[in-house]
Write a protein that binds this ligand. Structure first.
Ligand SMILES: Nc1ncnc2c1ncn2[C@@H]1O[C@H](COP(=O)(O)OP(=O)(O)O)[C@@H](O)[C@H]1O
Length: 175
């Protein structure tokens, strides 16, 4: 599938609060790419099912979501934003960026978002145990997975520049 694409598809993943949306929004603007917020797509297309009382969030019907997204991904130019990565088809992505944040910074961001109790603790643990990094490394070829630290405004700027440069390089290599 990637051979048919003239512009790449990217996956921006990481624990909630690491800065995925912020990065995706800037990337989409600078590159004229489409930002695909998976949680929003799932909500808009009724892919969310019964509520999980423990995690205070609904279950995702992954098969239904993938069917809906398949057509969107065909042409390239998509930036997919989600706090999970193992259930997407590997062929969808040319680059997978795992965004990381140090624990105390992430704690403050999630508290500011209103997270408390188990939900807060589980997300901090997810970051400490590098869950999303491992998930990405076991789901995609190592050469397309990159880890980016995103604690400060300077790093945010740097990360957006790094990904923009990566996009330009990919385009040159796939002319
Ligand atoms: N590099 C950064 N430096 C400072 N604050 C940041 C940075 N990246 C994101 N933030 C802030 O952290 C919060 C969570 O970011 P967000 O993009 O919503 O994360 P995610 O989409 O991964 O859940 C937001 O308030 C955002 O403004």
């Amino acid at each position: 599938m990637s051979k048919l694409r003239q512009i790449p598809n990217l996956l921006i993943t990481g624990t909630p609060g690491v800065g995925k949306s912020t990065i995706c929004c800037r990337l989409a603007e600078r590159n004229n790419f489409t930002w695909r917020e998976v949680s929003k797509i799932a909500e808009e297309h009724n892919c969310l099912e019964e509520y999980d009382p423990e995690y205070k969030c609904p279950f995702l019907n992954e098969d239904k979501l993938l069917d809906i997204m398949e057509g969107m991904m065909a042409k390239g130019g998509n930036i997919v934003d989600y706090h999970g990565c193992e259930f997407f088809p590997e062929r969808w992505f040319d680059g997978v960026f795992v965004i990381r944040t140090n624990n105390t910074t992430l704690y403050d961001r999630l508290r500011a978002r209103g997270y408390t109790g188990k939900k807060l603790e589980d997300n901090i643990q997810c970051e400490i145990f590098e869950t999303l990094l491992e998930e990405a490394q076991s789901s995609y070829k190592p050469e397309i997975v990159k880890e980016l630290q995103n604690d400060t405004e300077d790093q945010l700027e740097e990360n957006v520049n790094t990904i923009c440069e990566w996009i330009e390089r990919w385009k040159e290599e796939h002319l």
